[in-house]
Design a protein around this ligand. Structure first.
Ligand SMILES: [Zn+2]
Length: 273
């Protein structure tokens, strides 16, 4: 019997105005003149993780790294992994391959310049690499990433989806003909903690790691609310105040590591070829 399974801890690092809902009211042209709260959000996230010593993968929006490289260095200096969350935080399926390739490269370059080290991981905004968008995996690989964590439709938790590119799939539940992320975000916010813990136990007993994700704007919740229709407003903002406390319990009850660390350990466990 091996020890308990190691789950992945990930934080999508984006500012309050870089979300999809409400993007009809706020576009990227507005970003430079909006009041950034990302520094406070990151500090709150770092403080929360420092309480337990847990390490995470921060998937950072490249735009942030270009404007505030010291912020990204601060995350890395505390032993966390830096991954890319694209440059413009735009869904993959809204972009032509060439446009996406440019975005992915610019993000990786900005992050690597900030930390002075290679970035291996990529997560698409909103898990937006659908089955029909898998051309995007070739772009992610060609940009020099070693793993992706974006495919809600993946059927195997961890697998080599291209030679040299490993997919660490976000956990999903099938509902209404769609795969919805059950590995954090809205699902984690709304579900009572004991139920969520039972869900993680169920995954782990099947040998499946939880690839937990939350957002910087779910951990530090003091920021302007973007006007949006009621249902979207609910999905975006409901129960935000519960996340930090539940995350502390989740970390105390399970073993976590950054994705890069988990993949390194897997690589060592496999016989050399
Ligand atoms: Zn995001």
């Amino acid at each position: 019997m091996e020890g308990p399974i190691t789950n992945a801890l990930t934080i999508d690092t984006e500012d309050w105005f870089q979300v999809f809902y409400g993007s009809g009211n706020i576009t990227r042209a507005d970003w430079p003149r909006l009041e950034s709260r990302i520094s406070a959000m990151v500090d709150r996230s770092l403080d929360l993780l420092a309480e337990s010593g847990a390490k995470a993968t921060f998937f950072v929006v490249g735009w942030i790294a270009e404007r505030d490289p010291a912020l990204v260095r601060r995350i890395a200096a505390q032993g966390h992994e830096i991954g890319s969350h694209s440059y413009w935080h735009t869904e993959v399926f809204r972009q032509a391959p060439g446009e996406f390739a440019e975005d992915v490269k610019r993000s990786k370059d900005s992050l690597e310049q900030a930390i002075g080290a290679s970035v291996h991981g990529f997560r698409a905004p909103g898990y937006s690499i659908r089955r029909e968008d898998e051309w995007a995996l070739d772009v992610v690989l060609q940009a020099g990433h070693r793993y992706d964590s974006s495919l809600l439709h993946a059927t195997v938790p961890v697998s080599e989806v291209r030679p040299g590119l490993v997919e660490v799939a976000p956990n999903a539940l099938r509902a209404g003909g769609r795969n919805l992320p059950s590995n954090g975000g809205f699902f984690f916010r709304m579900m009572p903690y004991p139920l969520y813990r039972a869900y993680v136990g169920h995954l782990n007993r099947q040998g499946v790691p939880l690839v937990f994700y939350t957002h910087t704007w779910e951990i530090e919740v003091e920021y302007p609310r973007i006007p949006m229709p009621p249902v979207r407003r609910f999905v975006q903002y409901a129960n935000l105040g519960a996340v930090a406390g539940k995350l502390r319990r989740l970390i105390a009850d399970h073993r976590f590591a950054p994705i890069g660390t988990i993949l390194e350990a897997r690589g060592r466990a496999q016989p050399a070829s």
